[in-house]
Design a protein around this ligand. Structure first.
Ligand SMILES: [Zn+2]
Length: 199
């Protein structure tokens, strides 16, 4: 059964057609940096989730400039965008994939690592294909990861395209903070996601 699921995900995953005839394999990926403006997201002292995810988004755009991937940043600035507005702005872009970036916080300070979520909808197979690739690229670097998780988050569930939510680590964990709160670490996190976008 496991092998079947793996093969299924593998097969649907390679079936992407580009809208750009000069770059037949080019895909459009929207990066949805979570929170923004008055919505800071999780925080640890003065370190804010909204800033971390915006920084990782910018690194990701830079890293993908030579790839067969067009990255569109949904929130390049520190502004509040409601979830409903995010959905309509994303759908106007008709992306092949949406990556929603967040950072976690837990009362259990030992909890750490990257978590990836997909919704249970008609795009689950394609979303899972990318979600699995993202987790695998972190695993290859011996980074702590959970298994791909299903969650009907409002944004994931209501988007009309494949989408994943990536929780980049825990602001409440000292080891994760070395990555979340440093330029080196943020580039590392962005690099693992960028490497998973090679089709
Ligand atoms: Zn968040």
């Amino acid at each position: 059964m496991r092998l079947f699921c793996f093969l299924f995900v593998l097969c649907v995953g390679v079936n992407f057609a580009s809208a750009d005839p000069t770059h037949p394999n080019k895909i459009k990926v929207v990066i949805d940096a979570g929170h923004g403006g008055i919505d800071t997201g999780a925080k640890s002292n003065s370190i804010l989730e909204k800033q971390i995810v915006a920084d990782v988004s910018s690194h990701l755009k830079e890293l993908c400039s030579d790839k067969n991937v067009e990255i569109v940043l949904l929130r390049p600035d520190d502004e509040f965008i409601s979830l409903k507005d995010r959905i309509s702005e994303i759908e106007a872009l008709s992306p092949d994939l949406v990556i929603s970036l967040h950072a976690n916080y837990s009362k259990d300070r030992d909890r750490n690592g990257v978590e990836v979520f997909v919704a249970d909808n008609e795009f689950t197979a394609k979303s899972s294909y990318f979600g699995t690739k993202i987790l695998e690229s972190f695993k290859r670097k011996d980074f702590k990861t959970s298994t791909l998780q299903s969650a009907n988050f409002f944004l994931l569930k209501n988007l009309n395209c494949p989408a994943v939510t990536v929780e980049l680590g825990f602001l409440s964990n000292a080891e994760d903070m070395k990555y979340l709160n440093s330029e080196f670490g943020q580039k590392f996190l962005a690099m693992q996601i960028a490497s998973s976008l090679d089709l």
